[in-house]
Design a binder for this molecule. Structure first.
Ligand SMILES: [Zn+2]
Length: 102
C-alpha cells in the first residue's frame, strides 16, 4: 500500500522548492521514490506509486478521485476533518502536471 507518512511531514502544504510527484503530490526526495520509464530510467515527474514501467499504475483515475483519496489519507494522518482535508487537496492536486492537460 501507499506510504503516506509524507503527509505528516509536509502537512499537505505545497512547497514549490521541493520536487513533488506531478500526479499525487508526494514529495520526491530519494531516487527510489521516483517512478520508472519503460526503459528502466528514472521518471522525474512522478512517484513510484503513480508511475511504473512507463505507464500510470492507475491510468483511468480522475482528478476528483485523486483529490478524494488523497484528502481521506490527509485527514487521518493530520487528524483534521475530511472537509478541511479536501480544501487542502483541492488547492494542491489541480496544480500538478498530470491534471493540467485536460
Ligand atoms: Zn504520485
Amino acid at each position: 500500500m501507499m506510504d503516506y507518512n509524507y503527509l505528516k511531514k509536509v502537512g499537505m502544504t505545497s512547497n514549490n522548492d521541493n520536487k513533488i510527484c506531478q500526479s499525487c503530490g508526494k514529495p520526491l526526495n530519494k531516487p527510489e521514490e521516483y517512478g520508472k520509464n519503460a526503459d528502466g530510467s528514472q521518471n522525474n515527474d512522478y512517484c513510484g506509486y503513480c508511475f511504473k514501467d512507463g505507464t500510470f499504475t492507475n491510468p483511468n483515475i480522475t482528478m476528483e478521485y485523486m483529490i478524494d483519496i488523497t484528502a481521506m489519507l490527509t485527514a487521518s494522518v493530520l487528524d483534521i476533518s475530511e472537509k478541511e482535508a479536501i480544501e487542502k487537496t483541492k488547492i494542491t492536486i489541480p496544480k500538478l502536471k498530470r491534471w493540467q492537460s485536460k
